[in-house]
Design a protein around this ligand. Structure first.
Ligand SMILES: Nc1ncnc2c1ncn2[C@@H]1O[C@H](COP(=O)(O)OP(=O)(O)OP(=O)(O)O)[C@@H](O)[C@H]1O
Ligand SMILES: C=C(C)CCOP(=O)(O)O
Length: 224
C-alpha cells in the first residue's frame, strides 16, 4: 500500500467547458467518476484549471490570488462530491501542499488523492501538468492526460505515437490558459523522459480504457 500505480490528469479542457467561466462539465465529470470506480486502489487523480483556475488567474484584479485559489477548490469540491456519490473516497491535495509523503499517506488510508493545479501566496501558478509529470517520474508510471482532443494533432490528424520534439500544429489557444497548453505539456513530458498518453477524456469509455492500459490517442514513448 502507499505507492501509486496509476496517475491520470483530468485536464481542465475535459472537465470544464473551457470557453465559459466557472462551467464544470457535469455530464463528463459524472461519466469519468463512473469510469474510475474499478481502479481506485493506488489511483492518483490530478486536475487542471480549465475555466475555473485559468479564468481567475488571467484576470488583473487585486483579489486574483484569492479567487484563483478559491476557484480551484470549487472545481475540486465538485469532483470529489461526484466521486463520493459513486462511493469513491477522494481526498483533496492542493498543489501548494503537495509532497510525496502526503500523497502516500492518503493512499495508505484507502483514499484517492485528488491533487490540483494551484496558486501560491506570491501569485506563482502551480501547474497540474507538472504535478502529474513529477508523480509519473517518481513512480515510473505512464502519465495519462485526459483532454478535450483525441490526441496530439499534426496537420489535423491525431498522431498515434511521438518520440521526439515535433512541430506541433498551432491550434487556437485559449486566452486564459496560462500554463502553455498542449505544446508546453508535450515539451515537459519529453524533457522529463517519461511515457505519457494524451487522449480525449470527454468521450465515453476512454478514461476506463486508458486506466485499463489500453492504447488510445497519442502515446509519447521515450527510449530509456
Ligand atoms: N497540436 C495540438 N494537438 C492537440 N491539441 C492542441 C494542439 N495545439 C494546441 N492544442 C490545444 O490543446 C488543448 C489541450 O491542452 P491543454 O493543456 O489546454 O489541456 P488541459 O490540460 O486539459 O487544460 P488545463 O490546463 O486547463 O488542465 C486542446 O484544447 C487544444 O485546443
Ligand atoms: C490555473 C491554475 C491555478 C491551475 C493550473 O493548472 P493546469 O490547468 O494543470 O495548468
Amino acid at each position: 500500500m502507499g505507492k501509486p500505480n496509476r496517475v491520470i490528469k483530468l485536464g481542465g479542457s475535459a472537465i470544464t467547458c473551457k470557453a465559459v467561466p466557472y462551467c464544470a462539465d457535469l455530464p463528463v465529470i459524472r461519466q469519468i467518476a463512473g469510469e474510475i470506480k474499478d481502479f481506485v486502489d493506488g489511483l492518483v487523480i490530478v486536475h487542471g484549471g480549465g475555466s475555473f483556475g485559468h479564468f481567475e488567474a488571467g484576470r488583473n484584479v487585486p483579489v486574483r490570488v484569492s479567487l484563483t485559489s478559491a476557484s480551484m477548490e470549487e472545481l475540486n469540491t465538485i469532483l470529489i462530491r461526484e466521486m463520493a456519490v459513486r462511493g469513491i473516497k477522494g481526498f483533496p491535495l492542493p498543489g501548494r501542499f503537495f509532497d510525496l509523503e502526503r500523497l502516500e499517506r492518503i493512499l495508505d488510508h484507502g483514499m484517492v488523492p485528488v491533487v490540483f493545479g494551484d496558486i501560491k501566496e506570491d501569485g506563482t501558478i502551480i501547474s497540474g501538468d507538472d504535478l502529474t509529470i513529477s508523480i509519473a517520474r517518481e513512480y515510473s508510471l505512464t502519465a495519462l492526460f485526459a483532454t478535450d482532443v483525441d490526441g496530439i494533432l499534426v496537420n489535423g490528424q491525431v498522431i498515434p505515437e511521438l518520440n521526439e520534439p515535433h512541430s506541433l500544429t498551432n491550434l487556437p489557444s485559449l486566452s486564459y490558459d496560462l500554463t502553455g497548453g498542449m505544446r508546453e505539456k508535450v515539451r515537459k513530458i519529453l524533457q522529463n523522459n517519461i511515457n505519457a498518453m494524451i487522449f480525449n477524456g470527454k468521450k465515453r469509455g476512454n478514461v476506463f480504457n486508458a486506466l485499463k492500459g489500453e492504447r488510445i490517442g497519442t502515446l509519447i514513448k521515450v527510449s530509456r
